[in-house]
Design a protein around this ligand. Structure first.
Ligand code: AMP
Ligand code: MG
Length: 705
């Protein structure tokens, strides 16, 4: 059978109408997409299945229904209960005994208690979550003898790593027994319908509708749970898609073939067990929703000039870190950003040890005075990696080397240079303090102590600490990838012949270098001429391969600024008129879920805005978290009068005496100033009248790291 539609039912034995977690969910897959349905009662669920079966038969399409309770019991039970060694006899027997009302009130416990009393041994069913007792139904686990605790299929699933519970267990976390007791009566009624076959008990070839037992935990649904909740809904959704895909690929037969012939009358089988790889091969990939809403960069109506600080706080409120976290071994962790706090696995040092080469002994109060000491030497020595296994007798000393674990009977070490020794004795002069020249266990780091913080980018010293503290694998963020695109008809790549009217693209190599210097992976998206198709293709490529895109050029909304128009039409462009020199305007957009920062074309402005806006924005996206560069106040070595209303970043560097000098020209086309400068002077929004010696804020480029 190749089902045209698949329904997956997650059953519930609830005693009242119930929705949400652990209630009845129905997932659906087929030509038409339907979201998982939550059904409050068993009665309503049975009605829906009857309708679905009737609809399929009317319209002439085939239907696979997967249900997550056990269809059969361990061998021997059917015969003992009904006189017939055939699962359908059990369904009909249950159907005749269970009362289950339209509001879920049901008698499954009383039914199990009665069965127990009529079965050999103590009766296999156990577990009662209700207050009242049922005679014959133990609250605690009982032996299922003479029946096995698990069916063959459950044993098989367990060897594959799944953990199905025993069908005898009626209560407790994850118990499924009550679901079979309340579900099999429905299966009995559905199986009686014309054209419906229950696998593997009945032949399915030629049936319109196949019903099979399934087990949602066979496939991993974690990736979907991020946006389908509760978990039950994610499971029925994913399993229905997977079985539908398996059917379309012609793999349903292979799934069915995994059921051994000798379980096909009584115990039954879970579809997919024994063929897990085939099933998992059809598990859908979640379609991740874009991380940003399209209009996230929109500013409130009427905002004209945006102070830099407000532009920054708006950016900060919108950008989210990449969620991907992976494990990385400590010795290859350089440059990665920690996704969680790290604790020491082991103390450092793990054991008390000698800090110098010398002689170790147990401290004696006499040694606190300036007295000559003369101690017999114990035979042997303690060295790093070669501990002394014996106890050093009281009043004796032992030759000990730096890093050696202090043996029993040693708590103090005297420095070799302060002693005289022969083969048998050592002599030295006090005073010497107890514990001298030793390093106590955990002196540096205690086991379990928090040593590194989430958001830290790991440097060489951090790697040393991680290794010393016994850490092995740590959680890090996937390194972010930042796309860089230059736009403009006038641009040619560095090193290429430039015709009259053309200039060399300075921004892209500059931005790529900055990104690499800041520790990020830069993706070169090339130069796009001012042509919407070319820009569109470059942005699409960027959206597929990167976490954030930096563009430069075309930010000023002139006639040739196709990128602005394109972003406006398809990327919800927000043009921020930032009160900043050099810089404005700054374009913010979202292209297929990926943030785009449109930097100005002038290299000086592109460089400055990259530091002011891109650096903290990328830090936020990377998991490092929002950052502000560390600046400090220095005397000015220049004069300048500044009007209010605009923050200014001047190219600057420090003189030999530590004053800030600024580049001779403020023109934003002066690339030479970028090479000359080693930092910025950051002048506030207000007016300023700066003369040599006035204090100004200086931010070295090295503060961006
Ligand atoms: P735009 O923002 O496109 O109006 O460009 C402003 C100025 O920056 C113009 O003089 C451009 O030629 C120049 N420009 C734009 N992109 C680059 C680039 N990638 N490298 C060097 N100069 C550029
Ligand atoms: Mg341009």
């Amino acid at each position: 059978m190749t089902p045209d539609k698949v329904l997956i039912l997650d059953w519930s034995a609830a005693g009242k109408p119930k929705t949400g977690r652990d209630s009845i969910w129905l997932g659906s897959a087929g030509l038409q997409a339907e979201p998982p349905r939550n059904i409050p009662t068993r009665r309503a669920a049975e009605e829906i299945l009857r309708d679905e079966i009737a609809m399929a038969q009317d319209a002439g399409y085939s239907l696979l229904i997967g249900i997550d309770f056990g269809f059969g019991y361990p061998a021997g039970f059917a015969k003992a209960l009904t006189g017939k060694a055939h699962a359908p006899a059990v369904w009909s027997y249950f159907a005749a005994h269970l009362e289950d009302t339209s509001d879920n009130a049901n008698t499954h416990r009383a039914m199990a208690a009665t069965f127990n009393q009529n079965l050999p041994g103590s009766g296999p069913f156990w577990g009662n979550a209700e207050k009242r007792d049922y005679e014959g139904l133990s609250r605690k686990k009982v032996s299922s003898e003479p029946f096995a605790e698990f069916r063959r299929v459950e044993q098989r699933a367990r060897t594959a790593g799944a953990q199905p519970k025993s069908l005898w267990q009626l209560s407790g976390a994850g118990a499924v027994g009550a679901q079979s007791l309340t579900g099999l009566p429905m299966l009995h009624r559905l199986a009686a319908l014309e054209g419906v076959s229950v696998w593997p008990f009945q032949p399915v070839a030629g049936a319109d509708v196949m019903i099979a037992e399934i087990y949602p935990s066979l496939i991993d649904t974690a990736a979907f749970e991020a946006f389908i909740q509760p978990r039950d809904a994610a499971q029925v959704h994913v399993l229905s898609q997977a079985l539908y895909q398996a059917g379309q690929a012609g793999d349903l037969e292979a799934l069915c073939a995994a059921a051994p012939v000798d379980v096909q009358r009584e115990e039954g089988w879970i579809l997919g067990v024994g063929a897990e790889t085939i099933l998992r091969g059809h598990t859908p990939e979640p379609l991740m929703p874009p991380r940003l809403s399209n209009d996230c960069f929109a500013l409130p109506q009427g905002v004209a000039w945006l102070p830099v600080s407000e532009a920054l706080s708006h950016l900060r409120s919108v950008l989210l870190p990449v969620a991907d976290v992976r494990q990385c071994s400590v010795d290859t962790a350089l440059g990665y950003v920690l996704a969680e706090d790290v604790r020491a696995v082991r103390a450092h040092p793990p054991a008390a040890n000698a800090a110098v080469d010398g002689f170790g002994f147990a401290h004696d109060p006499k040694m606190s005075d300036a007295q000559a000491m003369h101690l017999p030497l114990a035979r042997g020595r303690a060295a790093a990696g070669a501990p002394f296994d014996d106890r050093v007798p009281a009043g004796h000393a032992l030759r000990i080397l730096t890093g050696a674990v202090l043996p029993a009977g040693v708590d103090t070490v005297v420095l070799e240079e302060d002693t005289r020794a022969d083969d048998r004795h050592v002599s030295f002069r006090g005073p010497i303090k107890p514990g001298a020249n030793t390093r106590p266990a955990g002196e540096d780091v205690t086991a379990g102590a928090a040593i590194l913080r989430q958001g830290q980018r790991l440097k060489a010293g951090d790697i040393a600490l991680l290794c010393a503290a016994g850490c092995r694998d740590i959680s890090v963020y996937r390194p972010v990838r930042i796309g860089v695109l230059s736009t403009g008809d006038e641009l040619v790549a560095a090193g290429m012949q430039a015709a009259a009217g053309q200039i060399h693209d300075a921004n892209r190599p500059m931005l790529i270098s900055l990104l690499q210097h800041w520790g990020y992976e830069a993706v070169d998206l090339g130069i796009a001429a001012d042509d919407p198709q070319r820009i569109c293709a470059a942005l699409n490529m960027g959206a597929q391969t990167t976490d954030l895109i930096l563009t430069s050029g075309g930010a000023s909304a002139g006639d040739e600024d196709h990128i602005s128009r394109l972003l406006q039409r398809e990327g919800s462009l927000a043009r921020w008129r930032v009160a900043l020199k050099p810089g404005r305007p700054l374009a913010m957009a979202v292209w297929r879920g990926v943030p785009v920062l449109g930097l100005p074309g002038n290299p000086v402005a592109a460089f400055t805005c990259a530091h002011i806006f891109a650096w903290p924005a990328i830090a936020a996206v990377s998991g490092v978290g929002w950052r502000a560069p560390q600046g400090f106040e220095v005397p000015a070595a220049f004069s300048k009068r500044k009007k209010p209303g605009r923050r200014e970043f001047l190219r600057a560097r420090l003189t030999a005496s530590g004053a800030a000098e600024v580049f001779a020209s403020e023109g934003s086309g002066r690339v030479s100033g970028l090479a000359w400068a080693e930092g910025f002077v950051d002048l506030p929004d207000q007016a300023a009248d700066i003369t040599p010696g006035s204090l100004v804020r200086y931010i070295p480029f090295s503060a961006y790291r």
